[in-house]
Design a protein around this ligand. Sequence first.
Ligand code: HEC
Length: 173
Amino acid sequence: MKGSLSHAWRNHAIVRALLYSTALPGPTKRMLIRLTIFLGIAMFAAQGPSLLSHQRAKSESATRKPDVASGETTFAQYCASCHGTTGKGDGPAASAMKTQPPDLRTLTKRNEGKFPGGYVSALLKFGRNFAAHGSTEMPVWGTRFRSLDPTNDPTGQNHIDDVVAYINSLQIP
Ligand code: HEC
């Protein structure tokens, strides 16, 4: 019984082709290659969608909604001394600075009506030097924000996103 099963199995075209592949004539070898490719595609067709949806789920969790209230807290704590609580640029430390902090409420207005979220985010992460111009009096926040909540926000990106959302909420026409 056991023998007949394994015999039938061994007679199976694919298994036979695999077992004796070195002795295969050209056309059979080509067929085997095509069959392997076909099986590969068939397996991907069966698995692919679930792999893709898994990836989609991952990127969905990566696009977390920014928390404006948390951004306000962070802004009050780290930015308002220079930029003022409303972002106007009238914080208590502003007058002592060589470069006056710009009015953060007019970012959208100064950018053809579109809030430059990517610019603000990059400025916070990398500092002024990522751009060719500007002073270096604006501190870099990337490292600082990474240390605020190492468990839930190890890259500091959530803190940056929240502050950026808060600044967006300050925009005046
Ligand atoms: C020590 C004072 C100081 C602190 C604190 C500070 N900034 Fe600034 N910031 C400046 C100065 C000065 C400039 C203008 C110089 C420049 O752009 O290089 C500036 C520029 C900016 C700009 C660019 C504005 C524009 O019109 O291009 C943004 C955005 C900004 N700051 C956001 C923040 C945020 C958010 C925080 C808090 C996490 C913060 N700043 C903390 C001094 C400060």
